[in-house]
Ligand binder design. Sequence first.
Ligand code: ZN
Length: 257
Amino acid sequence: MLVQQFLKKDGLYNDALDGLVGKNTLKGLAAINAIDSGWSVNRKINGAIQFYAKKNGLEIGPIDGWWRPDTEDAFNQLSHLLDIGTMPNPWRPEDIEDVNPNNWPRQYTPEFDAFYGAPGENLVTINFPYPMKLSWEPYSKVTRTSCHTKVKESLERVLVKVKDTYGLDTIRELRLDRFGGCYNKRRVRGGTKWSMHSWAIALDFDHTRNKLDWGRDRAVFAKPEYIPWWEIWEEEGWLSLGRQRNFDWMHVQAAKL
Ligand SMILES: [Zn+2]
């Protein structure tokens, strides 16, 4: 269907957009020189995705009809182009502006210890500007949490801005209200260091759809509709491990790497 839409734009296909590879779709594909006439139908479709990716300025390897990770990525970007009319924002760490208005320290450094003190101390309560639920208990209601006193005001600004930007309905729909916890004095999984949660300077959200070891191909928080969410955090200097390291997309922290 995506390929049919692009063929149609090029005047190579005038039939229904039905996603079925019929005679006319094959005729359109045959008009693209980069696609080998000896390929299987599947390979031709993949080749067309690669061809239109290249044509639209996406970085893509050879047009060979194989479904590679970059082909899948191109498919997603081209879908976005057709749906929204623009390419999604590029999603590479180097494109994330490294602002730090609150001077969050780098994790596991002496500056960090000096800034935040010992784990589990300096805790205060913050009231959420919109109601949350525990992400493992969708019928629960959470109105506040403990956090480190030094992150409190920034956290409030972030959540108020999330509320203003998305509104309550979209917050619910995108599950920005599925709170997975803040303060939790524990070691990092599989390690001996304290987790950032031990200082109550990290929060998790919607952990069932953003599992620890999931990358952007599976984590829901990697989708384009969450870009404003992340940008709101990043404007305050908070760091997303998903955005920076492509794992633990549920997590955001007030410390740099
Ligand atoms: Zn976390």
